[in-house]
Design a protein around this ligand. Structure first.
Ligand code: NI
Length: 387
């Protein structure tokens, strides 16, 4: 087992890596410089089995333990930044206009590199570790694509673990729960097709704006009246487009929105009822409606055994009092969900201290959290693959 004190030197290096990545953020799949940086570091640690170019700029690297044969566990970090203008004013603030690491993926990458350096030097475990560096998490696509490109089978990964920093959680603390920890994300588009005409003679038209307003209100009642109040469903209308002139009732209105839940069965409910509600309301007014429902990211579900492995690894590092084992699920979606669908897994939150929230322009990953994240990864491997 490693201690936070024993990671002092690696933390200092990881801080440099983290700040370099923070200054040089890249978006979605276009992570050429970031991926090159990660591969160079992995090579410098003496890791020879590195495969780059998975899902365009993703990387998987294998470290074989010194304790003989055993299973392979996957540790995943995301590498991409966000299209936000940074306002942190830190000396290492982004040098790329309109692009910044506002979700701490620079810290996630640096922590997995730190763990890689330690594990490659010590190899005090049996079996192997697969280090998974993924692109395009913010799109919700990179994780799925790496799974589709067969990383679980190709590298023989039997379990998979993810970690995300948590602003507002004290540094040196962890939080996890068994079951659903991050929500699903589905999006929908509705087109209300009325009959346009002069605004002064509404009786000669079918006004899609009034119908759209009723549909939007109707969607609210799917949650407040149609869903068990002890279960969580969010339906938010986030897009609305109609009309361009004071005197013209338009032909069409476009409505767009998102659905979030921690319960997979509520995705089916939302899909069916959004369609039924929009169709019913439109029909009552003599309008037509088109509804498209797009399933984007599934619920991230932690499995019992992997959750317990994660709790043990964190507890050995910081003590069980600093590990919240029953944190409530978060409605935000995370494309680690695709990896946790492919293999049993667990997703952990790591305290980032009192920083601004993720996706805020003043956000910055807290370097004090680095040694905790590195220590967690190391303990997970040395504990989960004990030689
Ligand atoms: Ni993130």
């Amino acid at each position: 087992m490693v201690t936070v004190e024993a990671l002092k030197d690696i933390k200092a290096e990881a801080t440099e890596w983290r700040r370099y990545l923070h200054e040089n953020p890249e978006l979605d799949y276009r992570l050429q410089n970031t991926a090159r940086f990660v591969v160079e570091k992995l090579e410098s640690f003496g890791i020879s089995h590195i495969e780059a170019g998975i899902a365009e700029t993703g990387i998987v690297a294998i470290i074989k333990g010194g304790g003989g044969d055993g299973p392979t566990i996957g540790l995943r970090a995301d590498m991409d930044a966000l299209p936000i203008v940074e306002t942190s004013n830190k000396p290492w603030a982004s040098k790329i206009p309109g692009c910044m690491h506002a979700c701490g993926h620079d810290g996630h990458t640096a922590m997995l590199l730190g763990a890689a350096k330690y594990l490659a030097a010590t190899r005090n475990f049996k079996g192997s570790v697969a280090l998974i560096f993924q692109p395009a998490e913010e799109h919700g696509r990179g994780g799925r694509q790496m799974v589709q490109e067969g990383i679980m089978d190709r590298f023989g990964i039997s379990r998979v673990f993810g970690m995300h920093n948590g602003p507002g959680m004290e540094v040196g603390t962890f939080a996890i729960c068994n079951g659903a920890i991050m929500g699903s994300q589905d999006n929908f588009d509705i087109v209300v097709k009325g009959k346009g005409g002069h605004a002064a003679s509404p009786h000669k038209n079918i006004d899609p704006i009034v119908i759209a307003a009723q549909i939007i209100v109707g969607l609210q009642t799917l949650v407040s009246r149609g869903t068990d109040p002890t279960k969580s469903l969010v339906i938010s209308v986030t897009k609305l487009a109609a009309g361009q002139n004071y005197s013209i009732i338009p032909e069409n209105v476009e409505i767009g929105g998102t659905v979030r839940t921690l319960l997979p069965e509520l995705r089916n409910f939302a899909e069916q009822q959004i369609l039924a509600s929009a169709q019913g309301i439109a029909r009552a007014f003599g309008a037509q409606v088109e509804v498209e429902y797009h399933r984007h990211i599934p619920v991230t579900i932690n499995q019992v055994e992997e959750t317990n492995m994660a709790i043990r690894a964190a507890s050995k590092l910081v003590g069980s009092a600093s590990v919240d084992e029953r944190v409530g699920g978060v409605m935000g979606a995370e494309d680690f969900a695709f990896m946790a669908e492919a293999r049993p897994g667990a997703y952990m939150f790591l305290g980032n201290g009192p920083t601004p929230a993720c996706h805020n322009p003043a956000y910055d990953f807290n370097d004090e959290a680095l040694s905790y994240g590195i220590g967690y990864w190391v303990n997970l491997v040395e504990n989960g693959l004990s030689a």
